[in-house]
Design a protein around this ligand. Structure first.
Ligand SMILES: [Zn+2]
Length: 187
């Protein structure tokens, strides 16, 4: 199979050979950089700037046992943006001709919201880790008699909360509180 890139599909593909539902499509047209793309994203290394690319769906379950029946899909690219993945060529052509400003605004809006969610998640995770580390340091200093125990209400605001402090495994509790919302992409 070699190197490829992955397109996340809005609707899963059903493999005609084994019935497995595939939520992604692998492609060799995007520069083979092992990146993941969704509709609305810019594909910097795509083999065309604007056009329709034919791609064969690869099944991760049966590895295309029935190669003859492997679904063919049309990947629509408009000014380097992944616009759609379609079953029918006519629909792909229609989507290519119909891209307008409202689509662009919707995609920018979507990316902006996702970036903001990731920033928020990152800072929440970092804050829980930083507080836990600070709390441990404080406990050590206090046990060594180097610092008085800190019980002030203000100080408590900056300490890990009870659920983490009293957990049998505080790091596991922190990880559980910050689950991945999706499979990690590209790493
Ligand atoms: Zn299959």
């Amino acid at each position: 199979m070699g190197m490829f890139d992955t397109i996340k599909l809005a609707e899963p593909l059903v493999c005609p050979a084994c019935g497995h539902e595939e939520s992604t499509l692998q492609t060799h047209h995007f520069g083979e950089t092992l990146d993941t793309y969704r509709v609305g994203m810019i594909v910097p290394d795509c083999s065309v700037l604007t056009g329709i690319l034919l791609e064969t769906s690869w099944c991760s379950a049966c590895h295309n046992a029935d190669m003859e029946a492997a679904p063919q899909l049309y990947v629509v690219i408009w000014h380097s943006i992944l616009v759609a993945v379609e079953w029918k060529r006519e629909e792909a052509e229609r989507k290519l001709a119909a891209v307008d400003r409202l689509d662009l605004i919707e995609w920018v809006d979507q990316m902006q919201r996702e970036a903001s969610t990731w920033r928020r998640n990152y800072h929440a995770l970092r804050s829980d880790l930083a507080r836990w580390r600070e709390y441990q340091d404080e406990q050590k200093r206090s046990a060594a008699g180097q610092a008085p125990p800190t019980n002030s209400p203000l100080r408590k605001l900056f300490m890990p909360d009870d659920a983490i402090r009293h957990a049998a495994d505080p790091l596991a509790a922190i990880l559980e509180r910050h689950p991945p919302d999706d499979e990690p992409e590209g790493f």
